[in-house]
Ligand binder design. Structure first.
Ligand SMILES: [Zn+2]
Ligand SMILES: [Zn+2]
Length: 147
């Protein structure tokens, strides 16, 4: 059994080739793809796989705690295989999502009377690939300039 297959089994998930493929896609490129992007990537090595199967696999992975699902403002759900506590940086230019370390309570200026149990924080801006790019070359559909 492959390493990914073993990992799925150790999390109580029956390891099918489709699930392994979907999980591998998420691990290979951690840019937080949507289900449709996962589908396009998975299909390259597994041409017969259907979008419905992708949805089923993603749901099973999320249920087993191997993958988390996130939804950013507008837009489709995205999938992240990083189960450590982390925040996200959303590039408004290319639409990629990056993992960021979680700020500490002192970074946030909170006093001890507040007990943080969960952090759900998304930073918006431009990633290193995009920060010098003129706004007109941004692929993101969310930006509107000179309206
Ligand atoms: Zn970018
Ligand atoms: Zn993430």
């Amino acid at each position: 059994m492959t390493r990914i297959g073993q990992h799925l089994s150790s999390c109580g998930l029956r390891s099918t080739p489709q699930r392994q493929r979907v999980y591998a896609v998420l691990i290979e490129n951690r840019d937080h793809p949507t289900a449709e992007e996962v589908f396009l990537r998975a299909r390259r090595k597994m041409p017969g796989i259907s979008l419905a199967t992708i949805y089923n696999c993603l749901e099973a992975l999320v249920r087993s705690g191997l993958v988390r699902q996130l939804t950013l403002d507008r837009g489709a759900a995205r999938f992240c295989p990083n189960m450590q506590e982390h925040c996200h940086f959303y590039c408004d230019c290319c639409g990629k999502v990056f993992d960021m370390p979680v700020p500490t309570t002192s970074d946030l200026g909170l006093n001890d009377a507040f007990k943080v149990e969960r952090i759900d924080l998304t930073l918006h801006g431009r990633c290193p690939d995009c920060h010098l790019r003129p706004a007109s070359q941004c692929a993101g559909q969310t930006l509107t300039f000179n309206q």
